[in-house]
Design a protein around this ligand. Structure first.
Ligand SMILES: Nc1ncnc2c1ncn2[C@@H]1O[C@H](COP(=O)(O)OP(=O)(O)OP(=O)(O)O)[C@@H](O)[C@H]1O
Length: 267
């Protein structure tokens, strides 16, 4: 995992990271580096610690051991608004306690750029409308978010992250509530964002997934938590092995290749 530009610090570094919650080890020490243009998938069974790890990588909680850096600096060295422009988190649960239009909800993602709540006007609205179009919700701007379906709300949350336009996207189960078409469209969109950022600052994605086949298709690197404190982190094919996956998920899996695509089928 080498940085795309020689002199530039990696987007994300975790060194000797270990996490313990409520007296239970979620992962023992491991290290990883994510460079611009790369995509990392976090996999593991329910309760293994994927969200906890993602929040640690987002700087929302301290690791039990080790350190996290984004752009070469620990979170403590980042002024909050700068960190908010550098990394953005798509939360697993979307808040449902406020009523607002879809457009207003998406515009919340502009907050780190404006330094306050609200927006400047036409330019921000254009950015928000472009993001809504990118997630297939062009006609939804004036709808009340509370009237949306689960998949539509998930795509509104993704649009809000798009207008935030961080360099490091941290996605907790981005495919929640999405049908097959929108799952593929969403992962294609994030892959384009990180791969085709020619001349841009360089972006990367870390995403919690439950679908091993989609991780095999979209991730360059994988972290696999086994739910018992064990962790494997590395290049996709060194981690997505039937023995490691079967151990982690407690169910035997076989690996097949169909038309050049890798798939894991439970016995
Ligand atoms: N404050 C806490 N005290 C005790 N245990 C906690 C606390 N917070 C989280 N946990 C536990 O830590 C474990 C990891 O939770 P986490 O949400 O990170 O798992 P996950 O891999 O994202 O799971 P899922 O796939 O179900 O979303 C869970 O067993 C959870 O119950």
């Amino acid at each position: 995992m080498t940085a795309r530009r020689g002199a530039e610090a990696p987007l994300l570094e975790a060194e000797g990271l270990a996490l313990q919650v409520g007296g239970r080890w979620l992962c023992c020490e491991f290290s990883l580096t994510l460079a611009a243009g790369e995509c990392l998938a976090l996999l593991g069974p329910n309760g293994a610690g994927k969200t906890t790890l993602l929040h640690t990588l987002a700087g929302l909680r301290e690791p039990t051991a080790g350190r996290v850096r984004i752009g070469g600096r620990p979170y403590a060295a980042w002024p909050a608004p700068e960190a908010a422009r550098f990394r953005g988190l798509l939360a697993q649960q979307q808040p449902d306690h406020f009523a607002a239009s879809v457009l207003e909800t998406v515009l919340i993602g502009r907050h780190p750029h404006l330094g306050r709540w609200g927006w400047e006007g036409a330019e921000d609205e254009r950015i928000a409308r472009d993001a809504l179009a990118a997630v297939g919700l062009a006609g939804f701007a004036q709808r009340d978010v509370l009237t949306l379906s689960g998949g539509e709300r998930q795509r509104v949350a993704i649009a809000a992250l798009l207008v935030q336009a961080p360099r490091l996207y941290l996605l907790d189960e981005p495919l929640n509530h999405l049908d097959l078409h929108h799952q593929i469209a969403t992962l294609d969109m994030f892959r384009r964002l990180v791969r085709e950022d020619a001349g841009g600052p360089g972006r990367g994605v870390v995403m919690v997934l439950h679908d091993i086949d989609l991780a095999a298709r979209y991730a360059d690197h994988v972290i696999l938590l086994d739910g018992r404190g064990g962790v494997r982190a590395g290049e996709r094919d060194s981690v997505l092995r039937p023995d490691l996956l079967s151990h982690a998920f407690g169910h035997p899996l076989r690996r097949y290749e169909v038309d050049g695509r890798v798939t894991f089928i439970p016995d």
